[in-house]
Design a protein around this ligand. Sequence first.
Ligand code: MN
Length: 134
Amino acid sequence: MDMKISDRSAYIVLVIEDNPSNMKLVENMLEMSGYSVLKAGDAETGLNIAMERIPDIIIMDIQLPGMDGLTATGLLKKDGTTSHIPVIAITSFAMKGDENRIKDAGCDSYIPKPFDYREFLGVVESFLSKEKDK
Ligand code: MN
């Protein structure tokens, strides 16, 4: 894989995911690549962390207990302190029409489950590279 980022530990990735095994998988993929990872098991916790820590990118599960990931993304994109943060949705139900729903909510991209390791990291990296170029 063509890596453009030299020091990934400088990047904070916030993962909002309620499924423990999915969370572990995503955390492992990110940490093995060297990223700094913050975790939240629900949208409300994730929003609080996002406001306090201003991560470089957010990985957002769509189906969450309580507030869903699309609603949470809408709130992040409406708030001036977090609106610039790329939000990548992760979803196991990417059917026709879902892609529009995800984009309409303000998500910058989405990755279908089950994850392809290289695709997942490639998408994350592509958004961080864009940030870096600004
Ligand atoms: Mn979920």
